[in-house]
Design a protein around this ligand. Structure first.
Ligand code: ATP
Length: 310
């Protein structure tokens, strides 16, 4: 039998009075992935994380962490997860190392574990400074170090880049990307920052008003989107006529034309198109395959109620 998934959520629902904060949210988080829960403010990300961590009760649905049902095997489920939710609560008058040692003692981990998580989060050099003197980025890293004590199978981070400056965001990104391999763990994080998710995550759930519009790998999401071709060529009208005769839908975008085709569009289509244009005596200034970015995909999904599970 294969190992249970780090996190599985089925039909999770939660309302606050008339507000449906979560409606039937279902997703599976594969081991070793960086899974981003992405959505605008109020989409339900924090509510979902609070349900997963057992901080609030869900009205319906199940949460399984490392195969343990959160309702029936709460202690075992929560023993498999480390989390940083909002700004980590730390003692400002103690050093980073002392803060970690305190938690390690409560959780019955030995001191070597403290040194290990300091190393993993690259906080060794700053470990003997008081936390009150840390930057927000350093406090976040010590929070992550604390969550990693005992090597949990699942690490949950609520908006890990919130409030960080550009250098802090870059450092956080490289730490998160390194964690699955360094720690043999899986990262589940919420974010409203598209560019961060695009650069960090392997999987994504797109949330809107408590529902998921899509859950799956970024590759699967990209495959759902038709590729288009961007072209700059002249004379413009001749080019448009040729392309339309070849079965392309042509849209004018400033200097360029954007083409989509009913059949699959790939590198071979680009090469064939280039040949036809040159043979027709047309000057080709630019010709390239264009894949939709996460932002464009998200906008398309939001306008397409059918957009859903792959
Ligand atoms: P944000 O980034 O703004 O926190 P989010 O995606 O995390 O957004 P949630 O905080 O989960 O969204 O909120 C989802 C919806 O549930 C919102 O409409 C919010 O007002 C509502 N909500 C959340 N917690 C409560 C609560 N304790 N009482 C009443 N309504 C709540």
């Amino acid at each position: 039998m294969s190992a249970p998934l780090p996190l599985e959520i089925e039909n999770l629902s939660r309302s606050f009075g008339p507000v449906h904060a979560l409606r039937d949210v279902t997703l599976s988080v594969p081991p070793g992935s960086i899974y981003a829960f992405l959505g605008p403010n109020g989409a339900g990300k924090t509510t979902a994380i609070r349900c997963i961590l057992g901080l609030i009760r869900n009205d319906a649905g199940t949460v399984r962490i490392a195969g343990h049902d959160l309702r029936k095997q709460r202690t075992r489920a929560l023993a498999s997860v480390g989390a940083v939710v909002e700004t980590p609560a730390l003692f400002p008058n103690l050093t980073g190392r002392e803060n970690l040692a305190l938690t390690a003692r409560v959780l019955n981990h030995d001191r070597a574990e403290v040194e290990r998580v300091l190393e993993v989060t690259e906080m060794r050099e700053a470990a003997d400074r008081r936390v009150g003197q840390y930057s927000l980025g350093m406090r976040q890293r010590i929070g992550i170090a604390r969550a990693l004590l005992g090597q949990p199978r699942l690490l949950i981070l609520d908006e890990p880049s919130n409030g960080l400056d550009p250098a802090g965001i870059r450092d956080m990104r490289s730490l998160i990307k390194a964690l699955p391999e360094r720690e043999n763990t899986t990262v589940f994080m919420s974010s409203h920052l598209l560019s961060e998710v695009e650069q960090t995550a392997t999987h994504v759930s797109l949330m809107r008003k408590g529902s998921t519009l899509f859950s799956g790998s970024l590759d699967a999401l990209a495959a759902l989107q038709p590729a288009s071709i961007l072209i700059k060529a002249s004379p413009r009208q001749e080019v448009v006529d040729l392309l339309e005769n070849a079965g392309f839908d042509v849209a004018v975008r400033d200097e360029s034309l954007q083409l989509t085709h009913a059949s699959e569009t790939g590198p071979d289509t680009v090469a064939g198109l280039n040949r036809s244009l040159v043979e027709a005596g047309i000057d080709v200034h630019e010709l390239r395959l264009s894949k939709a970015g996460l932002e464009e995909m998200l906008l398309r999904m939001a306008h397409d109620p059918e957009g859903g599970e792959p």
